[in-house]
Design a protein around this ligand. Structure first.
Ligand SMILES: Cc1cc2nc3c(=O)[nH]c(=O)nc-3n(C[C@H](O)[C@H](O)[C@H](O)COP(=O)(O)OP(=O)(O)OC[C@H]3O[C@@H](n4cnc5c(N)ncnc54)[C@H](O)[C@@H]3O)c2cc1C
Length: 378
């Protein structure tokens, strides 16, 4: 029997498991293949929903499903986080002390915000990257009656569009509450333009100008002085705030760092085959790769589809059939019930179009369709 082991039950691991279960349906039933998914939680979070929770547009219960309910029935699912990767033995050891052996291993453990890595950031800034933080942000926005809001982006972070989306949604939020004349929104970004993707930056800067949102580039957050309500940058500049919303830097999961799989928790991964460096039967997908592309759910989704096809082909034909070409698709909420999107790959940069209501409503629909998408049905 060929044993396929998937570690991580987020979007990448779940789509991969379901994709494989369909492609290898016959082999699963004949006992020639076994698919096991190990995760750290029995719940699955639709992470992009956190942005909507912070603005009171979704409630936390809407962004969770029972993980087992999202999986094809032939997948063996265990809530038992991996603690040790034992590549020489083709096995992992889990928190419960069990050993799971494999012929093929896929790692999709995601990433985590590390606000505490910047002095003062965790204590004084709000963010939307966990349920608790999104709820605190929701309350802080409700309580805010006027003053300067600073949106400060640190790197690296997951979902490259969140800094822009938060900024546009803040403008909407205070306009809807009739407080826009009392609120000033200021955006800071670490490189010399307002977004890492050049064409997205070219589109977003004039949108900011039109809405009266000020911005400052080449601003790498070094420290937050809570007493002075000031953000200091590595470049030596500073900005005052009344309410600070941060995009905290991210790292891969601790288990990846503890096992020395990659610096910062980012696993060295071939950008086309998705194979872990120096490991023939180990593949990596989603946020935890070190591939220089967006850490986004869509990246994990497209990688999972390529990997599903390749692992099934390895079982049936003995070799891979597909390469990942860097495909990513990100919606960009632009405020006033309008949105645009960035679709790109390694060779084709995004060309964002003027935002429309149609794209916004498609994103609203996707917020519900996600549960079909993660089952591998879309
Ligand atoms: C506010 C916000 C907005 C976003 N907006 C968008 C968007 O609009 N579009 C988009 O494409 N992306 C968006 N993203 C990013 C997207 O959610 C992530 O990039 C995506 O979830 C990464 O998928 P993944 O499978 O790599 O990891 P995750 O989905 O994070 O899953 C990781 C899984 O690994 C499990 N795990 C962790 N440690 C272990 C262990 N030791 N053993 C076993 N399992 C383990 C976890 O329990 C979890 O199930 C957003 C994210 C946030 C927070």
């Amino acid at each position: 029997m060929k044993r396929i082991l998937i570690v991580g039950g987020g979007i990448g691991g779940t789509i991969l498991a379901n994709n494989l279960a369909r492609r290898l349906n016959h082999e699963l039933h004949s006992g020639d293949v076994g698919i096991t998914l190990l995760s750290a939680s029995d719940r699955h979070m639709y992470q992009p929903g956190l942005l909507y929770v912070a603005f009171g547009r979704m409630t936390p219960d809407e962004i969770y499903r029972d993980q087992a309910s999202l999986l094809e029935p032939d997948i063996a699912f265990h809530v038992d986080p991996v603690e040790e990767f034992r590549f020489e033995a083709n096995a992992v050891r889990t928190a419960s002390g069990k050993s799971f052996e494999y012929d093929y291993l896929a790692i999709a453990t995601g990433s985590r915000p590390v606000a505490e890595s910047i002095p003062g950031l965790a204590e004084h800034a709000h963010h939307v990257y966990t349920e608790a933080a999104a709820l605190k942000t929701f309350q802080a926005l409700r309580d805010f009656q006027g003053g300067k809001i600073v949106v400060a982006a640190a790197v690296p972070h997951k979902c490259p569009m969140v800094p822009l989306e938060i900024t546009f949604l803040l403008h909407d939020y205070f306009q809807d509450r009739g407080l826009l004349d009392k609120v000033k929104i200021h955006y800071t970004y670490p490189i010399n333009r307002v977004h890492s993707l050049e064409n997205v930056a070219k589109w977003a800067a004039p949108e900011f100008d039109r809405l009266g949102i000020s911005y400052e580039t080449l601003f790498n957050v070094k420290e937050v002085d809570g007493a002075k309500r000031q953000v200091l940058s590595e470049e030596g500049s500073s900005v005052d705030y009344d309410l600070l919303i941060a995009i905290p830097p991210h790292k891969g999961m601790e288990v990846i760092e503890k096992n020395n799989l990659g610096k910062g928790g980012w696993i060295p991964t071939d950008r086309n085959s998705l194979r872990m460096e120096n490991r023939d039967n180990v593949f990596v997908l989603g946020d935890t790769t070190n591939i220089a592309t967006s850490k986004a759910g869509s990246t994990a989704h497209y990688e999972a589809e390529v990997l599903g096809e390749n692992l099934a082909a390895l079982v049936k034909l003995g070799s891979e059939v597909k390469t990942y070409e860097g495909k990513v698709f990100c919606f960009i909420e632009a405020g006033k019930d309008r949105a645009t999107y960035a679709s790109f790959d390694y060779n084709h940069p995004p060309q964002p179009q003027p935002p429309t209501q149609a794209v916004h409503w498609f994103k609203m629909a996707y917020n519900r369709l996600y549960w079909n998408s993660v089952r591998g049905l879309l």
